[in-house]
Each structure stands twice: as C-alpha cells, then as structure tokens.
Design a protein around this ligand. Structure first.
Ligand SMILES: Cc1cc2nc3c(=O)[nH]c(=O)nc-3n(C[C@H](O)[C@H](O)[C@H](O)COP(=O)(O)OP(=O)(O)OC[C@H]3O[C@@H](n4cnc5c(N)ncnc54)[C@H](O)[C@@H]3O)c2cc1C
Length: 451
C-alpha cells in the first residue's frame, strides 16, 4: 500500500465496488478499504430482493454479467402490501431476484481486484483528513493496530449506514452537507432465513405484512426465497414509546402467527439497521462524494438499497474522475452527482418517504379499513398513478367507500397531493449549488405537511 492514491473508496459493499471499478476503468489508481476480512465482504444482513432493472443497468455500466443462476435463489414478480386479513391487499409489479448476497458480493469484489484496484481489508477507517477545507485522505487503523494516514485527490464514502467519513467531518466543512446521524434515520431490524417443513404459497412474491402489534412502519416482511425458503424480518425506529421494545421479540411474536415454532428451521438469524429517510439532498463536498446507505440511497418503503447503491457508486466514480481530469474538486465541480441521483431514483425515493410517513400515520388497523373498502387503490402507489389527475367522480366514489371515516380520506388526499408536489419539486433540483438552500427549505416544508 502506498501513502497516496488518486481515489480512496471507503467500504467494499455495492456502492464501493461500483465506484472503485469505474475509477479504475478510467485509468486512475484506486485504494478500496474495508474493515471486514476479504472473504467476509458481501456477507450482510439483507432481505436479498433486488430489482432487475436497476441492478442490470448498473452492471451494464460496469461491464459485469448479471446475477448468475448459482447466485439467484428465486425470481420475484410482485410486491404485495397486505394486512391481517389476507383478502385486503395491494399488488405492485416488482420484477427481480432473490439473490445470495454473499456469492454475488464476492463476485463483484473479484472483478474489482482483477481490474487492478488495490483492496486493503481488515482496515478500519477512523476519520477523514481535511486540509484547507478539502477532504484530502483518510486515517486508518490496520489489522496490526497501526494508525496510518493515506492521502488522495478524491474520497468516496461508501461505508454504509454509519457513514464514517460524512459523520466525521468538522462542522465548518461544507454547510450544505448534512453530517449528522440521528436515531430517527434508521430502523434496527431482525432478519431470519427460514426453511419451512412444507412449500409456502408466496412463490414470486415479496410481501409486506402490516400488523397492529408491530411499531411503525408496522410490517413483517416475507420474501419467497425458494419453494420452502423465506427471508423474513421486521424493524422499527426505537424512539418514544418503542424505545425499549426488543426488535427480536416483536419479530418472533409476529412470525408465530404465520409460521409457528416447529414448522420451520432457521438457517440464519441476525440483526442490523436499515436507513429509512429520504436521500441526502446534497451528497458532495470539497474532495468528497457520499454514496449508497451512507447517503440514504435505499428506498424508504421497501429498504431496497442494493441496486441504488450500485448506481450511486457508478455515478460517484464518474463524477470523481471528471473532477480529477479537471484537477478541481470543489462543491460545484461535483454537483452533477446530485442531479444524476435525483434523476435516477432520488425523486422516487423522496415520494416513497411520503408514502411511508402516511402509512405510519394511518397505522395497520385503519389501513385494513382503507384496503377493505378499496379507498386506497394500487394506482395510488405508483408514480404514474400518483401524477394522474383524479376526477371529482373518483373522489366522490372514495368518499362513499370511506364513510364514516372522512378524516382518513382527507389524510390520504393530503398524502397524495404532497407526494405529487414533492415529485414536481424534485424536477426543479438546482443545476448549481447557488439556489440549493432555497430549494431545500421548500422540500422540508413539504415534508412537514405530513408530520
Ligand atoms: C435488514 C435489512 C434488509 C434489507 N433488505 C434489502 C433488500 O431486500 N433489497 C435490497 O436491495 N436492499 C436491502 N437492504 C439494504 C441494502 O443491504 C443496502 O442498501 C446496501 O447494502 C447498501 O450498500 P452500501 O454499499 O451503501 O453499504 P454496505 O453494503 O453496508 O457496505 C458498506 C461496507 O463498508 C464497510 N465499512 C463500514 N464502516 C467501515 C469503516 N469504518 N472502515 C472500513 N470499512 C467500513 C463495511 O464492512 C461494508 O463492507 C436491506 C438492509 C437491511 C439492514
């Protein structure tokens, strides 16, 4: 390992492998750092459901073959939102795979190493190095506990939920970049992979099952991972009245109703945290780009973050290389990254956050009522459906179905109109940093209308 590189990428998850591979392909020398042992990289607690479209698009950019048969556990077609009464559900198209995340992650890592990226495993990044208000490298602790400074022209923070670089920045560094991390940004989760004694009836489905006794967002997930296998889990924000609740106990209570003890064996059971807020509105600063979970790039409704992390890594790599070419690493040189993210998935995830906020507010009991009476329809949850103008007849029809709970109808209307306003506002994301503060105030104001 040298003491300086053109690019340092922190974290060898999907965002980090994509970012480092793009930079290497453009001819730069890249150091990829991860605290895990090389053979453990890619092993992460996950629902393991990935969207075909996003992942294929990113892999094409990286010239990497799509998931191979031995990496795919099952194919998925539908995302189902349902309540305790199985008749009440909404089904949305979700074409993709259940993958073996470890095998897939290891293949991506091999591609990165083969390309000439230098991987330093078992090395914990401690903090960014800042000089003249620019991120100029990182401080690491290696496996022999040596503290080492490594310098670079660009640092890409792909360190996952704890965002070691972003959160280690001093306050005076770029005020447009959010350096904080709060409890409300994450849901601690518990996830199991189980094998049933019998075939399940969820083939091709990923199910979000809303339950009254699970704290908001209020669901246990069941993802079909093979004929007998399910990937299941739950999670919630541990704040207020839920602060002391054990995620594991909530999970075991919920699963018992559907798959009682003795009807399955557990293959793997572990906890982790999942980011559940809207993406960082700005994810760049002088000499720094933040990608993947470190920038809240996962979908707040479904927690789907693998594909977005790959895409964000590709964009981060491209923008970092352009900056090195120009030898200019300022906020404005890297701003294009924000525009690429917003266009690719940022606006959709911003809308998705409104939807989760609305579902949290409505709660499972009332959601059951809305689904049963068909007040919420499938089209209310798709981008095209949200943006379509609703007729007066449609409103009247829903009002009749919603009787006598008109408060719920008003809340739903508010959520739909706010979602629309957010989608429109995202289209006006500023092309340069100058108008960003005003833009951000407006989007925060839109979110405050739902809280
Ligand atoms: C319970 C759960 C269920 C999920 N379900 C799904 C799903 O079904 N589908 C989906 O697409 N996504 C899912 N996700 C989200 C998905 O796992 C993440 O969005 C995705 O892994 C983000 O990729 P990343 O590269 O940003 O971060 P990560 O994959 O977390 O990678 C970060 C890397 O950085 C390394 N690192 C961290 N800190 C340091 C440090 N200080 N020094 C050095 N290295 C460091 C870590 O070892 C790790 O290898 C789920 C997440 C959870 C927790």
């Amino acid at each position: 390992m040298k003491d300086s590189y053109e690019v340092i990428v922190v974290g060898a998850g999907p965002a980090g492998v994509a970012a480092s591979l793009i930079c290497r392909k453009r001819g730069y020398d890249v150091l990829l750092l991860d605290k895990k042992k090389r053979e453990k990289i890619g092993d992460k607690v996950c629902g393991e459901a990935i969207s075909k479209e996003t992942v294929h698009e990113a892999l094409e950019k990286l010239s990497i073959a799509p998931p191979k048969e031995e990496e795919i556990n099952a194919r998925i077609e539908d995302l189902v939102l349902r309540t305790a009464s199985p008749k009440n559900h909404i089904t949305l198209p979700a074409i993709g795979y259940m993958i073996n995340r470890y095998k897939f992650g290891q293949r991506l890592l091999q591609e990165v190493i083969r390309s000439g990226v230098i991987l330093k495993d078992q090395c914990r990044v401690k903090q960014p190095i800042i000089r003249d208000n620019k991120v100029t490298g990182v401080l690491i602790k290696d496996s022999e506990h040596n503290s080492i400074v490594i310098l670079s022209k660009m640092v890409i923070d792909c360190s996952g939920t704890m965002a070691v670089i972003r959160t280690g920045l001093p306050q005076e560094y770029e005020p447009k970049l959010n350096k904080k991390i709060t409890k409300a940004d994450f849901a601690p989760c518990y996830r199991e992979i189980i094998e049933l004694n019998h075939d399940h009836d969820l083939e091709g489905k990923i199910v979000l099952q809303y339950e009254t006794d699970i704290p908001e967002p209020g669901y246990i997930w069941f993802f079909a991972d093979g004929k007998k296998r399910l990937n299941c889990g739950t999670g919630f924000i541990k704040e207020g009245k839920h602060a002391k609740k054990s995620v594991k106990s909530v999970y075991f209570n919920a699963i018992e109703k559907y798959y009682p003890k003795g009807t399955y064996k557990t293959i793997d059971g572990r906890g982790d945290v999942v980011p559940i807020r809207a993406p960082l509105w700005n994810a760049v600063g002088n000499g720094l780009i933040v990608a993947g979970d470190a920038a809240f790039h996962a979908d707040p409704l479904t927690a789907e973050g693998h594909g977005p992390a790959l895409m964000a890594g590709c964009f981060a790599g491209e923008v970092a290389c352009n900056a090195i070419e120009k030898n200019s690493f300022k906020l404005e040189d890297l701003w294009k990254y924000n525009l690429l993210i917003m266009k690719e998935f940022g606006a959709d995830h911003a809308r998705s956050r409104i939807l989760t906020m609305a579902l949290e507010k409505i709660g499972p009991e009332k959601l059951e009522f809305l689904l049963k009476r068909k007040v919420i329809k499938q089209s209310d949850l798709t981008s095209a459906g949200i943006m379509k103008k609703k007729s007066f007849k449609d409103y009247l029809d829903r009002a009749v179905r919603c009787f006598p709970k008109y408060g719920l109808l008003l809340m739903m209307r508010k959520a739909i109109s706010t979602s629309k306003a957010i989608a429109k506002h995202c289209e006006t994301y500023p092309a340069t940093p100058e108008n960003y503060d005003v833009w951000k105030l407006k989007i925060l104001d839109l979110y405050s209308q739902i809280t």
